[in-house]
Structures are given as structure tokens and as C-alpha cells.
Design a protein around this ligand. Structure first.
Ligand SMILES: Cc1cc2nc3c(=O)[nH]c(=O)nc-3n(C[C@H](O)[C@H](O)[C@H](O)COP(=O)(O)OP(=O)(O)OC[C@H]3O[C@@H](n4cnc5c(N)ncnc54)[C@H](O)[C@@H]3O)c2cc1C
Length: 503
């Protein structure tokens, strides 16, 4: 079947743009269909977390976000008084970047466009059919109906995903039990401390400073928790709730955007159906606690992109494409559990003295550095470790996040290893001077693998014994072979052919 595109992405939100960019890096012919004329100015997400900053750094995008956002060294867990300390994480991205989703989307869209992605706005997808040869998409726009074809489709079309529905993938979990409110507003007399949270028997209030002198006010009012999500929020409602919970409305006025959201917690039963994949909110939704939804969506976009590209370019090993679901599904299951736990601490079931006592106890426990660190690595996604695959010798680095190594290259220059990922290739890092590496394989057959000989310019935990490591395009260690290995070249040969197939 002659197709118009190798991949069509439905939905040009942050996740769709990221998948599109990843595919375009690998020279895949890709098109994004987005129903909106332009990126919405109303930003749901405000936080970009450490691991997301790292992967964006690998694509040369972090600096662009830093120009528009404000770093803070902590994040919250269930709006408890003790915040999670990101500053202790082993990364130069050890902070939360406060940046409106609108700005993040703009950066991703510009990147995707610069790589040649075709973005068709004001095209709403209304029907999808797949067979063994390809996928046909019907889209409706100002110029009428269009029918487009592709080898594969990625549904990045948000919570109500038509792609998920048409693919017949069940969305499984729990419906909302309460709703919360949020307003991006002007506060004439804002609280003095930066981003305070308040919790009492009447409800919860969080206040976050925004650019341009605005503030985001998030509220759970015990008397408004049963209001349906669809009912618009009014300024008067926000003012009344603030007064009821705190006895102060902070001089609230001039709402830019107000919305209501619930704790619906659902996950797609599978992330792939034939030629159709799901990513981002199309695959999972949850109470937006701890600012994680967009972050995990971007992390799965980078997981999917290179695998789908590898398949389309013909070098992917058989198991690779399905590893998208295998790797990401359990991570998102844990995410949904995490946000449900936070909802309980947020008072989803009761705002009683015993919940207040529980919150105080958890908050106290988070003052223990190890406990704080444990949760910080969860929310930052630094704890993600993919199950090692292939018959490789075991190494503590296998499956782990690739940290930002400071390398000394053969020409004596130092380089941050993340800069070697701008093109989205695999990276083989060889430490030492084993001349036989060149003969181990016909490297010229592996155009998607970048081989670098280097030494560590600065010590890094767990790397001291590494002879050679293969780093995946999404920044996880596929395998590392130790200098103690009896036949390192044989292990490397096996590891490359298992992961990188052939051109
Ligand atoms: C109140 C609130 C606060 C949040 N705060 C945070 C936070 O601080 N940090 C964080 O990480 N996450 C946060 N989130 C979650 C975050 O906003 C989402 O996880 C993120 O937007 C998901 O991105 P996406 O690209 O998957 O989907 P979306 O952003 O929903 O994008 C989907 C796109 O698909 C388009 N589309 C839909 N249907 C069609 C169709 N049929 N045809 C064509 N186009 C279509 C839509 O117009 C949209 O542009 C928050 C969510 C809420 C509700």
C-alpha cells in the first residue's frame, strides 16, 4: 500500500510534538494532525521535572526552556509542609523548572518543525481504520474532509482520545470521586512566602506565583467537591472558597483562566493495537498531583520515537517495538498509585483531624533525608530502571538512566556526554584503548550507532570498571561490559547485534 506518511501523529500537544521530533530525527516522514489553530494559551502543566529536563538536554532543548522558565530546587508531595528536595539529585538538572505548558509546547513545536515535521493544524481526526497494510485517517477541517494514510499512527490526542476509542483499547480504572478548582488570577495581596499550601478541615489551598505578576490558586473546598468537572468555575466561587477555607481572599481578581478537574484515574489496557500506538494522556490520566502527567508523557515519547523509527527503517530487532508497552506500562501503573496516594493525603475522602495528623506525620517523616530522597527520585523519575534484556553479563548500570558524564575525548577535549545525543543515535562509549574494538564488528554497518572512545574526566558512580557501554537513544544504559569480563569483545558483539540489529 502506497502511504502518504510513514507515521501520522494525532494530537499536537507536548507529547505529540515530542514523538514527531524524535521520529523526524531518524528521518521518518511524519505528520501531526492537530485540531486547534494554535497552541492553547491556557497552561495546565507548570512543572518540568529533572528527568524530563535531562532528556530535553540530550536533544539540545533544555537551554530554550531555561530561557522561559524559573528553576526552583524543590517540588511538593500532596502539598505537605516538607517539600521534596531535588537539589541532592546527581544531575545538573536537579530542580523543578516552573514554566507554563504553553511555552514548553512552543519549544517542542519549533523543534519538530525545524526537523521537517509537517504540522497540519485545524484538522480534527474523526475516524481511523487499520488493516495489515496501513492506517487510514479521516480528518475534518476548514477545507472540508481529508483522507490520509500512514504505515503507523500515534494517538497523542489527550484524555478523550479518539485514536484509543477507534482502536478499541479499553481505558480502565476509577471514575472521579471529587473535583478541585484552579484559577490563574491576579492577587492584589499575595501571601509573602513563595508557594504556600494550606490544609484545614474546610479544605486545601495551594498558591503558585506565575510569570507576569499572576498567581495560580488551586483549591479543594469540602463544600464544592461534588460539583461536576464540566461546571464552569467563577471568580466569585474562588473568592468564596478562599474566604471559607482561609478567611482571606488575597484580593483575587482578573482571572485569565479558571477550570475544574477531578481524580479520574484510568490507564489504557495496552499501548499498542496493531499499527496504532498511544502516548501521553491518551494512555493514562490521573489527578494532577505533583505535576507529573506531561513529564511522564514526554518520557514515553522519547521511549517510543526511536523504537518506531528503528522498525520503519528496517533494522529493529523483533522484540523492540513491543518493549514500548512492556517498559512504560508498569511505570505508569506506579504513577497512578502515587497520584491516588497523594489524593488521599489531599483529603479526597475526608478533611478530618485524623487526616491532618496523618499529613503532619508524613511531613515529619519526609524530614529524614533518606525518605525525602526516596520520594524525590520517584517524582523526578530518576528511579526508572528498565528490565535488562538480552543475554548480557550483569552490570549495575544495565537498564538505568544514563547520567550526565563528563568525558575526556581522544583529542583531549572534555565534553558533556549528553551533547552526544542531539542526533538521537545509539552511543557506544569505550573507555580504555582496546584496539580490537574496531575489529569486533563491522561498525560501518551500524549507521545509527555512534562510537566514542573516551575516559572519565570526572569520577562517576558505577562507571569506574566499565570497558564499553551501549546507551540507548532515549538515554538509558542498554548494557555495560566490565573490564573484568573474560571476553569483552564477544559480549560487545552479542550486545550490539541484540539491540542494534543491522542496517
Ligand atoms: C489542572 C491540571 C494541572 C496540571 N499540571 C501539570 C503539571 O504541573 N505538570 C505536568 O507534568 N502535568 C500536569 N498536568 C497534566 C498535563 O497537562 C497533561 O498530562 C499533558 O497535557 C498531556 O499532554 P498530551 O500531549 O498527552 O495531551 P494534551 O496536552 O491533552 O494534547 C492533546 C492534543 O490533541 C489534540 N486533539 C485531541 N483530539 C484530537 C482530534 N480528534 N484530532 C486532532 N487533534 C486532537 C488536542 O487539541 C491537544 O492539542 C496537569 C493537568 C491538569 C488538568
Amino acid at each position: 500500500m502506497q502511504v502518504d506518511y510513514e507515521v501520522i501523529i494525532v494530537g499536537g500537544g507536548p507529547v505529540g510534538m515530542m514523538v514527531a521530533g524524535e521520529l523526524a530525527l531518524a528521518k521518518v516522514k511524519v505528520c501531526v494532525l492537530e485540531r486547534l489553530k494554535e497552541t492553547t494559551p491556557y497552561s495546565r502543566a507548570l512543572t518540568v521535572h529533572p528527568r524530563t529536563l535531562e532528556i530535553l538536554d540530550m536533544r539540545g532543548l533544555k537551554a530554550k526552556l531555561l530561557e522561559r522558565g524559573k528553576p526552583i530546587s524543590t517540588t511538593h508531595f500532596a502539598a505537605l509542609d516538607t517539600r521534596l528536595d531535588f537539589s541532592v539529585l546527581d544531575s545538573s538538572s536537579n530542580y523543578t523548572l516552573i514554566i507554563p505548558q504553553h511555552d514548553t509546547e512552543k519549544v517542542l513545536e519549533e523543534w519538530a518543525k525545524s526537523l521537517g515535521v509537517e504540522i497540519r493544524r485545524e484538522e480534527e481526526v474523526v475516524a481511523i481504520h487499520q488493516d495489515q497494510h496501513g492506517v487510514e485517517i479521516e480528518a475534518s477541517g476548514p477545507n472540508g474532509k481529508a483522507v490520509l494514510t500512514a504505515s503507523y499512527v500515534v494517538g497523542a490526542d489527550g484524555a478523550g482520545s479518539i485514536v484509543r476509542k477507534q482502536a478499541g483499547i479499553p481505558f480502565v480504572g476509577k471514575n472521579a470521586t471529587f473535583t478541585a478548582m484552579q484559577g490563574d488570577v491576579v492577587l492584589k495581596n499575595p501571601p509573602e512566602s513563595g508557594a504556600p499550601s494550606y490544609f484545614n478541615e474546610q479544605g486545601l489551598v495551594m498558591i503558585v506565583p506565575l510569570p507576569k505578576g499572576m498567581h495560580r490558586v488551586v483549591l479543594i473546598d469540602t463544600e464544592r467537591m461534588a460539583v461536576p468537572k464540566e461546571e464552569p468555575v467563577t471568580l466569585e466561587e474562588l473568592r468564596t472558597s478562599l474566604l471559607r477555607i482561609l478567611g482571606d481572599d488575597f484580593g483575587i481578581s482578573d482571572p485569565f483562566w479558571m477550570t475544574r478537574f477531578g481524580n479520574t484515574t484510568l490507564q489504557a489496557q495496552r499501548y499498542r493495537e496493531g499499527r496504532i500506538f498511544l502516548a501521553g494522556d491518551a494512555a493514562h490520566i490521573h489527578f494532577p498531583a505533583g505535576g507529573q502527567g506531561m513529564n511522564v508523557g514526554l518520557q514515553e515519547a522519547i521511549n517510543l520515537g526511536w523504537k518506531l523509527a528503528a522498525h520503519l527503517k528496517g533494522w529493529a530487532p523483533d522484540w523492540l517495538l513491543d518493549s514500548y508497552h512492556t517498559e512504560r506500562f508498569p511505570i505508569n501503573t506506579a504513577l497512578l498509585t502515587n497520584t491516588q496516594m497523594q489524593s488521599l493525603l489531599f483529603g479526597s475522602s475526608e478533611f478530618s483531624p485524623s487526616v491532618i495528623a496523618l499529613r503532619n506525620m508524613v511531613s515529619d517523616l519526609l524530614q529524614i533525608p533518606e525518605a525525602n530522597y526516596r520520594l524525590a527520585t520517584q517524582i523526578s523519575a530518576f528511579n526508572v530502571q528498565y528490565e535488562p534484556v538480552g543475554e548480557m553479563p550483569s552490570h549495575v548500570l544495565n537498564g538505568r538512566r544514563f547520567t550526565e558524564l563528563n568525558l575526556r575525548l581522544e583529542n583531549g577535549e572534555c565534553q558533556n556526554a549528553y551533547e552526544l545525543f542531539h542526533s538521537g543515535s545509539f552511543l557506544v562509549l569505550h573507555f580504555g584503548s582496546d584496539e580490537r574494538l574496531d575489529e569486533a564488528l563491522d561498525w560501518s554497518k551500524y549507521k545509527h550507532v555512534h562510537v566514542v572512545r573516551a575516559s572519565l574526566a570526572k569520577g562517576a558512580a558505577n562507571w569506574h570498571d566499565v570497558h564499553t557501554a551501549l546507551i540507548r537513544p532515549d538515554g538509558y544504559v542498554a548494557w555495560a561490559v566490565s573490564q573484568e569480563e573474560s571476553n569483552p569483545l564477544e559480549a560487545i558483539r552479542k550486545g550490539i547485534s541484540y539491540w542494534c540489529g543491522h542496517d
